[in-house]
Design a protein around this ligand. Structure first.
Ligand SMILES: Cc1cc2nc3c(=O)[nH]c(=O)nc-3n(C[C@H](O)[C@H](O)[C@H](O)COP(=O)(O)OP(=O)(O)OC[C@H]3O[C@@H](n4cnc5c(N)ncnc54)[C@H](O)[C@@H]3O)c2cc1C
Ligand code: FES
Length: 354
């Protein structure tokens, strides 16, 4: 039987209710209490916190993200830990005043666009039942129909000023439950979807004055597109932005014309470097996006960076950025962890902001 427990969050001293079948993080985010998180699937360790009092069920925590000795020391991953008694937790609450907190809510929606935009990449636009308040760069969790208890996370590519129509860029993972099994299989225009959000702290920092480099691998472009469009079209920030967009070949690179148009429209504000690692083509840099970035900058001191994509690409970008004299506090990143990464371990340096 589902029970409800009282959770006290220190050092805030706030108290919220959490059901026994609900993660502590979910309860906090729905109550408007922001706690650090990234993957929301027990993979990245960003939400690791101390359970000062009470019992939790650790749920589906990756053994790479939460070691056995850490459980014994009273640590838990709040995105997958459910209460088994009233709790007191101590979390690393590091609220950025420049990032508004939008409580997580449940939504239903209808698929109104389903478009193949590159090899194995689909644009999916969902019209929601009501407006969603979110920050550029955040993501939603989709329930996967026919797979009870399974959900997957996808980042919005649209801007917060389009609160009713959410755009997603979804890459097919061979054998993947959500993508191969649903988005690239059964999903049709007009289908209903159930989703919740917004989640994540990989968001455009509108108060940072430094020029920014934004590095996107594959569908890691989605949250970065939201940030760039928000900065330029909604004048959310006025620093210079340079986008490095990487893919293997032209077939895998999408929305190139969108960014070329933005670069032509905002020549003082935005530069665009599409990169192909396995093909040469006019108008495209040759090489891995991270190698092109490294070649083009003797130093990146004085900038901020946003990185998003598959974990190996994000790791490679972090190495380049730090070698080019960026500090962890200047780097914002989001790894598109999947179930395979969770099984094989994918915990990254806690030094880097998520
Ligand atoms: C914060 C965040 C935002 C994201 N945003 C996007 C986005 O905007 N666009 C996007 O395309 N993706 C995004 N992702 C990735 C997305 O959430 C899914 O992980 C991805 O689409 C794969 O889902 P799936 O159900 O199709 O595959 P899954 O069923 O999860 O499988 C993924 C891979 O893992 C393998 N696997 C599964 N279980 C195991 C196991 N036990 N052991 C070993 N291997 C296993 C599978 O064979 C497959 O290769 C994001 C991820 C995160 C964390
Ligand atoms: S947010 Fe909990 S482990 Fe990633």
């Amino acid at each position: 039987m589902t029970q409800t427990y009282r959770v006290t969050i220190e050092p805030l001293g706030k108290e919220i209710d959490c059901r026994s079948d609900q993660s502590v993080l979910d309860a906090c985010l729905r109550a408007g209490v922001w706690l650090p998180h990234s993957c929301t699937h027990g993979t990245c360790a960003t939400c690791k916190a101390e359970v000062l009092d009470g019992e939790v069920e650790h749920g589906d925590a990756s053994p790479f993200a939460l070691m056995e000795f850490e459980k014994n020391e009273g640590k838990a991953l709040l995105c997958v830990a459910c209460p088994r008694s009233d709790l007191t937790i101590e979390a690393d609450v590091d609220v950025d005043d420049d990032v508004p907190v939008h409580p997580v809510e449940d939504f239903t929606g209808t698929v109104v666009v389903l478009q193949d935009i590159a090899t194995d990449i689909r644009r999916v636009v969902v019209e929601l039942d009501r407006d969603l308040a979110f920050n550029a760069g955040q993501y939603m969790r989709f329930e996967v129909p026919g797979a009870p208890g399974i959900d997957r996370t996808y980042s919005m590519a649209n801007v917060p000023t389009e609160p009713r129509h959410l755009e997603f860029h979804i890459r097919r993972t061979p054998g993947g439950i959500c993508t191969d099994g649903w988005v690239f299989g059964a999903l049709q225009l007009g289908d209903p979807v159930r989703l919740s959000g917004p989640f994540g702290r990989f968001v455009l920092r509108t108060t940072r004055p430094e020029p920014a480099v934004l590095i996107a691998g594959g569908t890691g472009l989605a949250p970065i597109m939201s940030m760039i469009r928000h900065a330029l079209e909604n004048e959310a920030s006025d620093n210079h932005l340079t986008l490095y967009q990487g893919a293997r070949s032209r077939d895998f690179l999408y929305d190139v014309e969108v960014f070329r148009r933005l670069a032509a429209q905002y020549p003082e504000r935005f530069s665009y470097r599409p990169c192909l690692s396995e093909e040469s083509a006019d108008g495209f840099a040759s090489g891995l996006v991270t190698d092109v970035l490294a070649e083009e900058h003797a130093t990146l001191q004085g900038r901020v960076a946003y990185v998003c994509g598959p974990p190996p690409m994000v790791d490679a970008a972090l190495r380049v950025l730090m070698a080019k004299r960026l500090f962890p506090r200047d780097i914002y990143r989001e790894d598109f962890f999947d179930a395979g990464d969770k099984a094989s371990g994918g915990v990254k340096s806690p030094l880097i902001k998520r």
